[in-house]
Structure formats: structure tokens, C-alpha cells
Design a protein around this ligand. Sequence first.
Ligand code: UD1
Ligand code: CA
Length: 465
Amino acid sequence: MATVAVILAAGLGTRMKSRLPKVLHPILGDPSLLWVLRTLPPDLGGAVVVVHHGKDQVLAALDAWSKAGLLPCPVTAVDQGEPLGTGHALQVCIPELDRLGASKVAILCGDVPLTSAATVFRLCAAEAVLLAMDLPAPGSYGRVLQHADGRLAGVVEAKDATPEQLAVRRVNGGAYALPWPALKRALQNLTNANAQKEYYLTDAVAAVAAELPVAVEICDPEELAGMNSRLDQAALQAAAQTRIQRHWMTEGVTFLHPDSTFVGPRAALGRDVVLEPGVRLEGSVSVGEGCRIGQGTVILDSTLDDGAEVRPYCVLEHARVGAGAKVGPFARLREGTELGEGVHIGNFVETKKARLQRGAKANHLAYLGDTEIGEGSNIGAGVITCNYDGVNKHRTTIGRNVFVGSDSQLVAPLTIGDGALIGAGSTVTRDVPADAVALSRTPQTQREGAASRLRDRQKKQSRVS
Ligand code: UD1
Ligand code: CA
């Protein structure tokens, strides 16, 4: 018998005014639902996500997260059909929870992203508990009613509450852990006789509380804040960013301008990392000790080994930067870029599926795509790997200690052997053996004194016309 999590994510999210389902709206680059799933303890008997609005998008996201190894436990989805309330959302899960052998159910909302893993761990470990918060302005939240000893007596929705009940400031956070047999019985007896004609999960929770003691745990309101509008989204992002930056500051990271810096929840930063103003680290980003990331640089799903430096205004996606490598300013490392130790990539260099071995350099204005570049090779300014013939992509393989002169075009498929030298301005279409010099530029012609003669002629012509 096991604890199974249920995550409610079928609602429309009308106030977001969006084509995207609410639970897929991001907080610092990661969708709200992913934040929630990530907090689940790995030893759960599984998690069931209740979906409906935007179902195809949510299912596609779940599949992608599962493949990327981002989900701590097995996750299945149940389509609620027309959402008839939070209680109905649990009713449609009955067969799935029975199939998973649930003995206890932990219920969370997909649009409450900032509940900490520690709180979710406590929730999953409790026998029977409701998470609550004390708010100065309790608004539309359900009000928590307690017995004298603190046990839960019930929850009244704001729309159904008496004026005395509305004055209660302790509100329901919408997260619960309850024994499954008792909850299942309560769900089977649920009615929708209330102001909203909905099947309220809170009524089922109250019915369980009449059978057995349900504790009320008070949480930091930030942990239970929901995302119902773009305003909420902005506030949650700000709160999450403060939390993440504080954490990395205590771990030895310098933020030169915290307010303009964006560090996602899956970034891992080493000691003595320095982030200059306007840096954005999104997705799975790992930054080794002593790295410096320059102003305005955007890094997505990439790894920087110790001591790497990315200068201002670079964009890195799905790239790996070796120890002590230097990148930028103004460089673009696209998917599949792998830079070895001490590699230099300078300004206006674009790389894609490019592997540069230790100490290789491409310091200015180059496009390196589908290419392997050996240790110590130097790629001159303006070099282009012509990897695409309009239909297919082809590879360029460059050996060790090769010198590719400036403004050369390397027409793939192409192999250049170790130690070869390509003269500047060459268009290389045939393989170059090791240690060879290859040169393909047109021989230069010149006529002594011809420039002034030409200019005189040009002046005469301009007087006539
Ligand atoms: C619910 C609680 C309320 C609590 C509040 C906390 C009920 C009846 N009320 O209120 O006491 O203070 O949460 O945020 O439960 N959802 C479904 N299917 C549905 C309806 C909702 O999956 O049929 C999902 C929504 O997508 C959302 C979550 O359940 O993720 C909560 O729904 P929402 O409508 O925001 O709940 P409230 O009525 O505001
Ligand atoms: Ca609501």
C-alpha cells in the first residue's frame, strides 16, 4: 500500500486569458505543473495528474518531462471530462488510485508552484492533514473551521460562508493528505448542493474530518499562493527569484545586479561564480566553480566547467563549455556545441554541433556547423563551414594543430589532416592531407600606376554627365 499524489490541473484558468493551459505557464522558465511535480518525494507510489482543458498540451509536456528525467516518480494522467469541481476531479481518479494501490492520497494543485519540497515531504508523511495559511485579506479562499483542540472541523467556501465565517482569516491552501479508504467513501457521497453547483473536495475533506482527526498545518502564504492571473505569475516569479538568489548567495555566488538577473530553478552554480547584470540562466544549467558570466548573456540547458568565462551578450543553448574556456563577447553556441578545455570562441562566432578539442581557437566572425576541430587548431576570421547543400547537412573534420586562414570556406563533406595549413581566402572542396598547404584563391593581378589613371577617367566622365 502506498501514498499516491493527485495533482489538480484540469481547470481552464480563465483569468490568465491565454491559449496555454494555466498549469503550463512558466515561473522562471519552468511550467507551474513541473514545479509541483518536482517537489514530490521519489518513494511515492506514483502521481496522478487530473487534466482536461488543454489536455493535449499538458500530456505532451508530461511526456517530455518524463523523457528528460525531470519527474521524481511515475506520473499518469486522468481526463476529468467537463470539470465539475475539485471533488469531481478526485472522483474521476477513483479507479486509477485503486489501481495504484493507494492507501493514502496527497492532493496538490498544479497552479500552486512554490510549495517547498520540505513541505510536500511533511504532507506526504502525515496521517491526515490540511495545509492552511493565515491571510490579512482572505478574499475568495475557503475558510478553515477548527475544533477547540485545533483539529479540522470543516472548510466553507467564501461564496457559501456566513458573515462570521467570512471573518476567519485562516484559509484553505488546497493541499491535503488523507487516508484513501475514508476519502473514497466521502467522495462517493458528495453532492453539489452549494452556491457554485460544484462538487467540492472540501466537503469530502470535512466528511473525512468527521470520521478521523485531520490536522491543520499553517504554512508560509508564499508556499500556497496560486497562479490565477498574469499579476499572480509576476508576483510568484519575483518571490521564486528572491528565494533562488538567496540560496545561491549563501552558496558563494556573486550577483552584480540581482534585480536584473534571472536564475531558473534547475540552475546549479559553483562557488565563486560571478553573474553580471542581465544574465539569464534557464532550464538545466550547470556552472562550475569560478565561472564568470558576462552582462546580458542568456544560457539555456548548458554546462560550463570550472573557470570558464562567457563574456557579455552571448547566447548558449544545449552547449558544453570546457574548463577555462573563453567565449564571446557576442558569440552564439547552438545545440550540440562542445568546447574542450581552454578553447577560445570570440566575437560573432556561431557554432552548431561543433566539437572543438582542447586549446582550439576561433576568435572572430565564423560559422562552425557539424564539425570536429582537433586540439590546438586555429580557425581564422571569417571562416565558414559550408555544411548545407540545400538538402543535406555534411560534416567537416579538422585535425590537430591545423591553421585555417581567414575568410576560407570549407565545403563539406571535408576532412583536413593534422598540421595542415589553409591559405587565407581559400574555397576548400577537396580533402587536405596532414601537413599539406592548401590554397585555392585566384592569383592576384596588378598594373603599376593604374589607379590614378582610372580616377582621372572617372572625373572626366562625371563632368560630361
Ligand atoms: C479551492 C478550494 C478552496 C481553497 C482554494 C485554494 C474547493 C471547493 N475549494 O478553491 O477552499 O481555498 O482551492 O487555492 O476545493 N480543478 C480541477 N477540476 C475542477 C476544478 C478545479 O482540476 O473541476 C483544479 C484547478 O485547475 C486548480 C485546482 O483544482 O488547479 C483548484 O481549483 P480552483 O477553481 O482554483 O479552486 P477554488 O474554487 O479557487
Ligand atoms: Ca477558483
